[in-house]
Ligand binder design. Sequence first.
Ligand code: COA
Length: 392
Amino acid sequence: MTSIGIHDLALATTHHVVDLAELAEDAGVDPAKYHIGLGQDRMSVPTADEDIVTMGAEAALPLLQRHGTDGIRTLLFATESGVDQSKSAGLFVHELLGLPRTMRVVEFKQACYGATAALQSALGFVARNPQERVLVISSDVARYELGSAGEPTQGAGAVAMLVAADPALLEIEPVSGVAARDVDDFWRPNDSTTAVVDGRLSLTAYLGALTTAWDDFTAAGGVGIEQIDRFCFHQPFTKMARKALTGLAQHTGATLTDELQEATFAYNRELGNTYTASLYAGLASLLDHDDDLAGRRIGLFSYGSGAVGEFFTGLVRPGYQQLRRRESTEAQIAGRVRLGLPAYRELHGAEHPSDTDWEAPSVTEGAFRFAGIRDRARRYEATPVGTAQPPV
Ligand code: COA
């Protein structure tokens, strides 16, 4: 059988960053609660001219620059912070990147799990025709109410993945374990810009989905726990992944130490929760920071509140180090501009109704920007950086 998986992946985030130490001080909370208790250091915050579309396009651009567009006939855009109830955010990205007209483009939604549904679908498209390559983009802005328990777990970012036959980074193995249960742990009503969350319930729902998915994985013929060399879990905050590994160890009776996942945390500690992108930002971090992965098996767990889960595995390809992007990703993260708390709160509360024309101020230094609303439609454009770097 043809091996199919992630041929390349790249991450993008926002112009601004809020330091959680400042947020803690302002709230009269011990900063260790955020740094150690939640495992988070900072959170990315979009400018008025950034959103899931601009981050998604930014993440996909280096993939197209490196691999071209040949064979790309499908763009799957996963998000739970969509900008339109009807049109896929992928179509804005399609235009910004100058992708071929002969493509199918669609948006996937199931909380933070959407990107895994997109990835699994992409594997199916390529299995039908190994000449095809699929662009999967996950992009989200995590926003909770100011002053809520969820506030320090906000964040923003995107990961783009090119899915292809004979992949250079990670071959995804065919067995998956899945779990689904209707639970009110986290949702965002159509008329709300922030999520409604029962934080405690979301922790138990996550752990329940993990053990159900693991049991299903085993029943479906998945490998034994001792054959998995590293773990990469969805990280709404990185401490959650530590709880998950402990939970899986208790459930299986195996000894699983945090060394098996430590390298997955570097980017998410900085970005905050990136919802659909979070698992894949963890994967990017693992591939960028662990030099000894060739031929090793990674166990991945994707969780989406509401709630679903999927456990699956991938084999790291020899030579994966040549495709790593550690330097540019770290430079992007380090290059974010500090946002003070008053400006952060102003941005957090800003709303722009779709029935009023509005021009976004030019702030982002990324390749693409949200220009504003005109005639009820969202308008996007390439910045001078974007136009200076055509995709192919
Ligand atoms: N030093 C070190 N750790 C500290 C601390 C300190 N001074 N003060 C508190 N902590 C620890 C707590 O012991 C706790 O760790 P534990 O969970 O291992 O016991 C952790 O910090 C968080 O403290 P807690 O009191 O539980 O935080 P909270 O009630 O303010 O909120 C969440 C935590 C996760 C419920 C909240 O951030 C949230 O709702 N997040 C959004 C939902 C989410 O991401 N869900 C995940 C599944 S998708």
